[in-house]
Design a binder for this molecule. Structure first.
Ligand SMILES: N[C@@H](CCC(=O)N[C@@H](CS)C(=O)NCC(=O)O)C(=O)O
Length: 214
C-alpha cells in the first residue's frame, strides 16, 4: 500500500488526496507537518511526500502526474496537447499565484500562525491582501470560465490545482463575491461539491474546529 505524508490542511497534500479519491487509489495517510517528513522521501522537507513499492516521490505536481500514469482512468489530464497544457497552466496558477496570496498572506496569517505557532495576527493586514491582491487573480479566473470546468468539457488537474487553494481561503473565512465574480463563485462551489473534495473539506473543518480556541 502506498503512503502519503503531509497534513490534510496543506493545499498541496489535498491535491494529491483529491486525485487519489477521483481515481480510487488507496493509500495510508501519515498527516505529518512540513519538516517532520523523512528527507529520504521529501528531500526539501516539504509536504506532500509519497512512497509506494516503486520508491519515494515528492512535490504534488509530480505525484499527481505519476498517479495519472499509474491509473490513467478516469483521466485528469486532457489527451489533447493544447488542453493538457492549459490544464497544467491552471494547476500552476493555483500552486503559485493563488497560493502566493491565499496561503502566506491569508490562511497562514489567520489560521496556522495563531493556532499552531502562537503568533498574533493583524486583521487589517489580511483584509488588505484580500482587498488589493486577490481581485486581479479572481478576475482572471472569472474571464477564463466558459463552461463547468476550466479546460474543455472535463474536470481536470487544472480544476484540482485551483479549487484546492479556495478550500484554504474558505477556512480562513474569505469567499468569492458572487455578485462580482458570479461564474467563479459558482465554479468553486461546483468543484467543492464533488465527493473527492467534500470529504476532505469536512475532515479539515472538523480538525480546525478543534483548534479554534487555541
Ligand atoms: N511545490 C510543492 C510545494 C509544497 C509546499 O510548499 N508545501 C508546504 C506546505 S503547504 C510546505 O511543506 N512548506 C514547508 C516549507 O516550505 O519548508 C508541491 O507542489 O508539493
Amino acid at each position: 500500500m502506498a503512503t502519503l505524508y503531509g497534513v490534510g490542511g496543506s493545499p498541496f497534500v489535498r491535491k494529491v488526496r483529491v486525485v487519489c479519491a477521483e481515481k480510487n487509489i488507496p493509500y495510508d495517510h501519515e498527516p505529518v507537518f512540513p519538516g517532520q517528513v523523512d528527507r529520504k522521501i521529501s528531500p526539501l522537507g516539504k509536504v506532500p511526500g509519497w512512497k509506494d513499492e516503486r520508491g519515494p516521490l515528492s512535490d504534488s505536481s509530480i505525484i499527481c502526474a505519476y498517479l495519472e500514469g499509474v491509473k490513467p482512468e478516469p483521466a485528469l489530464y486532457p489527451r489533447d496537447p493544447y488542453e493538457r497544457a492549459r490544464a497544467l497552466w491552471f494547476e500552476e496558477y493555483g500552486d503559485s499565484a493563488l497560493l502566493g496570496v491565499f496561503g502566506p498572506k491569508i490562511f497562514f496569517k489567520k489560521i496556522i500562525g495563531p493556532r499552531f505557532m502562537g503568533q498574533q495576527f493583524d486583521p487589517a493586514e489580511i483584509q488588505k491582501a484580500w482587498d488589493e491582491e486577490a481581485p486581479p487573480l479572481l478576475e482572471y479566473l472569472e474571464s477564463q470560465l466558459a463552461g463547468d470546468w476550466l479546460v474543455g468539457k472535463s474536470f481536470s488537474i487544472g480544476d484540482i490545482g485551483v479549487a484546492t487553494q479556495f478550500a484554504n481561503l474558505h477556512q480562513a473565512g474569505y469567499r468569492t463575491d458572487a455578485k462580482r465574480w458570479p461564474k467563479l463563485a459558482a465554479y468553486v462551489e461546483r468543484v467543492h461539491a464533488r465527493p473527492s473534495f467534500t470529504t476532505l473539506i469536512a475532515e479539515d473543518d472538523a480538525f480546525l474546529a478543534l483548534t479554534e480556541q487555541r
